[in-house]
Design a binder for this molecule. Structure first.
Ligand code: GLN
Length: 445
């Protein structure tokens, strides 16, 4: 299986460019699993999978698709990587992404652009575009991504697969190269809802290495997955269906009808503060990212400029040469948002907006089980079009950011097609209630 997977990737990836690095030792790893005997009760035993290139492993370099970390190999395995390999799954490679997970199209990678398997002229979404394209093209059945403002769900939507951003704290972030630590979560990208639930079970749970990982018990997400949606209450926020492409709007109306036919109650709700999400996210996320990226100083990790004469020059040259434009833009914005003169004006105001958004969710979840919306206002866009305009690119995340702001779980899955491109819908749930999302997603599928 692993040999076949690797040879298939070598063919397919000539057009898709989903992978940054393939694991030369994958076949040996698989042989070791064979030698101890496949455990039929362990559904992940011997299964090939891929990791986004910001999840560290000892076996392969972890680059975050940045020249800064081009030659970096970790001395330890991320908790999620360790959990999966302890279960016998085989990491076949690391997938391309927007540099340091900053972007919505995977065009910000320092190395290459990944192509959408449905149409090679389109982006796969981002920042986990490599993981999404690898699953959608059939290269691997499972890949992990990370989601700070939509980076699992939007690429899942653009490539027609299932992507889950779990509740903040559900999955350990130990070994995930941090972007914005109060938002980042790791989650699975898969072809269907059931596989997604299986993989989330495998990676969830408390980890002593990550104090933000929750001690809450992890239920078996597949146990009630077939129970259906009868009696469930699903709200559609009216603010989330503004300015949709007509085909997306129609797909969401159809999804609402399907849920009704399946026995759920579907009605309109209001989440009036969501419209401030992108603006507040930009202040908070850049602030956190600018601090997290301080460690890349040319001394401790990664790229070091060769011709610096003083310490200051070493920092400046290493960072100027190692980081791409989007990363620099965010470091500058974040530093501005945190600076003495501006912290009250930007950072603290944004933190207040975050609370308003959390309260919007609480109000809706007081009498609803789930929130339904599109994942993105549009289907996959053409490579090279939006990367000229950062503001336009930031607006891509308007429907996904609120779930990160509030830390609630949210999943994207396919709701329809338009011009041979998939349309994604998003289901958001109460904190730590991924089970209900999976139940509804499974019934819909
Ligand atoms: N597209 C968003 C951004 O660039 C989200 C990124 C992410 O979730 N990692 O910030």
């Amino acid at each position: 299986l692993v040999k076949g997977t690797l040879s298939n990737i070598k063919d397919t990836d000539q057009e898709i460019d989903a992978f940054n690095n393939l694991n030369d030792r994958a076949v040996e790893d698989a042989k070791a699993v064979d030698a101890r005997g496949i455990d039929a009760n362990n559904i992940l035993d011997g299964i090939p999978l891929a990791l986004k290139d910001n999840i560290v492993t000892k076996e392969l370099p972890t680059t975050a698709s940045s020249n800064m970390l081009k030659n970096f190999t970790s001395i330890y395995d991320a908790t999620v990587a360790k959990k999966l390999s302890d279960l016998g799954s085989i990491n076949v490679g690391k997938t391309n992404m927007d540099e340091f997970a900053m972007g919505s199209s995977t065009e910000n990678s320092a190395f290459k652009t990944t192509h959408n398997p449905w149409d090679y002229s389109k982006v796969p979404g981002g920042s986990s575009g490599g993981s999404a394209a690898a699953v959608a093209s059939g290269e691997v059945p499972v890949a992990l991504g990370s989601d700070t403002g939509g980076s699992i769900r939007q690429p899942a939507s653009f490539t027609g697969i299932v992507g889950m951003k779990p509740t903040y704290g559900r999955v350990s972030r130990w070994g995930l190269i941090a972007m914005a630590s109060s938002f980042d979560q790791i989650g699975p990208l898969t072809k269907n809802v059931f596989d997604n639930a299986l993989v989330l079970n495998a990676i969830s749970g408390h980890d002593d290495h990550d104090s933000t990982s929750s001690e809450k018990e992890v239920p078996d997400f597949t146990e009630h997955i077939q129970d259906g949606v009868k009696g469930m209450k699903i709200g559609i926020p009216k603010e989330y269906v503004n300015k949709l492409a007509p085909d997306v709007s129609e797909a969401i109306q159809n999804a609402a009808e399907t849920f009704k036919k399946l026995g759920a109650q579907v009605d309109w709700v209001s989440m009036p503060n969501s419209k401030y999400g992108v603006t507040a996210y930009n202040a908070l996320q850049t602030a956190e990212a600018s601090s997290n990226l301080e460690r890349f100083d040319g001394i401790r990790y990664g790229y070091r400029a060769s011709d610096a004469k003083t310490l200051d020059e070493l920092y400046i040259k290493s960072r100027s040469e190692g980081f791409g434009d989007e990363v620099k833009r965010r470091i500058m914005l974040g530093t501005l948002s945190l600076s003495y003169d501006n912290v009250d004006k930007y950072y603290k105001q944004a933190a207040k907006i975050r609370t308003l958004i959390i309260n919007d969710f609480k109000k809706v979840f007081a009498d609803h089980d789930l929130i339904l919306s599109p994942t993105s206002r549009v289907t996959a866009f053409t490579i090279g079009v939006e990367d000229q305009d950062p503001i336009e690119m930031y607006m891509n995340d308007i429907l996904t950011i609120p779930a990160n702001m509030a830390g609630v779980p949210a999943m994207s899955q396919i709701a329809g097609f338009s011009n041979s491109l998939p349309i994604g819908m998003q289901l958001m749930g109460k904190p730590f209630d991924e089970s209900t999302i999976y139940k509804a997603g499974y019934a819909f599928e």
